[in-house]
Design a protein around this ligand. Structure first.
Ligand code: NAP
Length: 362
């Protein structure tokens, strides 16, 4: 059986990945070997000592490396194992290698043909896409595949867990900080405005937990994700056009841009989409194309109750559903379509494409 080295298994993406691999009985198809950057020698999830994720020899003993460790580790270790002549499959959640010529961004329900071509060409670096990009393409990729899209604008509402385990815990600690300090006043019947003023003061308190995000996220939002680029975009915003076109294998890139925002949801990324069509396509045709595109997309009628019940992080968390709602022609004109999508960024946005790619190469 093939040996698969698993790195980053105890992080946010890695934990969800292991859950899914157990649920799908993937472990029956290969021998898993667990690595860590910080706990080598300690007991891994299979009860055996963890291997050191910085040891090139141990890594190159593997047939396949599956990593959700993060970009810094990928940048450090990928060049070393390739320089050592290792020709195995490298499957990675981090963005570090995504735009490399020799790497393929994997999202098989959308780009199996691109993956097949790359396998025929002997490529072996398989990289999961940015979470919001993958979720957008699973939701409304049909419109791109039909050649109907002139440009698209995506404004995101991204959950705390998108930044990792520490960040999600920090959001909860921030909520707890408010709860602990506001409880007495709330129980004594303080007014909403009095409580709101205290929240503002507590956000500036030296003891307020802000190590991971650097800012309050609870009772707030953060309209910047990832580093700044000379274009004025954040790197997260830049990824939409760059990665979506690479995933789709487009030779003529379709412009995609918008603002990426971190919100106080724990899990699931949502996005509001404005899609400019290159001709007036009837809404019924658009709906039919979206519904028929893949097995996970769940189109929700543009109805208030159905939307509030079905197109939210609370409705979608922990499931492979890609909810698409608020689908309507906009008052801007008949070629402008509005949509809102919500998907679990830890599942289809990260773990699931990696798991499915692993099964393909195994
Ligand atoms: P993460 O939760 O921060 O975990 C990454 C690693 O951090 C772990 O494997 C672990 O490695 C170490 N770690 C340190 N403290 C930890 C703690 N308290 N709990 C768990 N692990 C801890 O990162 P992630 O969100 O899974 O992201 C991994 C990669 O996937 C990144 O490149 C990210 O950009 C990408 N990605 C993430 C998401 C998402 O929604 N989170 C979506 C798409 C892609 P050791 O065992 O070696 O110490």
């Amino acid at each position: 059986m093939k040996k698969v080295g698993i790195v980053g298994w105890r992080g946010m993406v890695g934990s969800v990945l292991l859950e899914r691999m157990h649920a799908e009985k993937d472990f029956a198809h290969f021998d898993a070997v667990y690595f860590s950057t910080s706990q080598a020698g300690e007991k891994g999830p299979d009860g055996k000592p963890l291997k050191n994720a910085q040891n090139v020899k141990d890594l190159t003993d593997m047939d396949i490396i599956l990593t959700c460790q993060g970009g810094d580790w990928t940048k450090e270790m990928h060049p070393q194992v390739r320089a050592a002549g290792w020709k195995g499959h490298w499957i990675d959640a981090a963005s570090a290698l995504r735009m490399d010529k020799s790497a393929v961004i994997i999202l098989d329900p959308v780009n199996q043909a691109v993956i097949d071509r790359a396998r025929n060409d002997g490529l072996n670096d398989w990289i999961g896409g940015n979470c919001t990009v993958s979720l957008m393409l699973l939701g409304v990729g049909a419109l791109f595949k039909q050649g109907w899209v002139e440009w698209a604008s995506s404004h995101t509402y991204q959950a705390a867990s998108g930044a990792g385990a520490k960040n999600m815990l920090e959001l909860l600690k921030q909520m707890q900080f408010f709860g602990d300090r506001l409880r007495d006043g709330m129980n004594a019947g303080q007014s909403a405005l009095e409580i709101e003023k205290q929240v503002g003061v507590l956000m500036k308190d030296a003891a307020f937990p802000r190590e991971a995000f650097g800012h309050p996220l609870a009772a707030n939002l953060l309209p910047w994700i990832d580093s700044a680029l000379p274009s004025g975009q954040s790197r997260e915003e830049w990824k939409a056009e760059a990665e979506a076109n690479k995933i789709l294998g487009n030779t003529r890139p379709i412009p995609i841009d918008g603002t990426c925002v971190r919100v106080g949801a724990l899990r699931c990324h949502s996005q509001a989409l404005t899609i400019k069509l290159n001709k007036d396509i009837p809404l019924a045709e658009i709906e039919a194309a979206i519904k028929a595109d893949n097995a996970w997309v769940r189109l929700v009628e543009n109805d208030k109750e159905k939307t509030l019940k079905g197109v939210t992080p609370a409705a979608v968390s922990g499931s492979l559903d890609i909810a698409v709602g608020r689908l309507r022609k906009m008052s801007l004109g008949p070629t402008f379509v509005n949509a809102f999508t919500c998907g679990d960024q830890l599942l289809w946005g990260a773990a699931e494409p990696l798991r499915r790619m692993l099964r393909q190469v195994v």
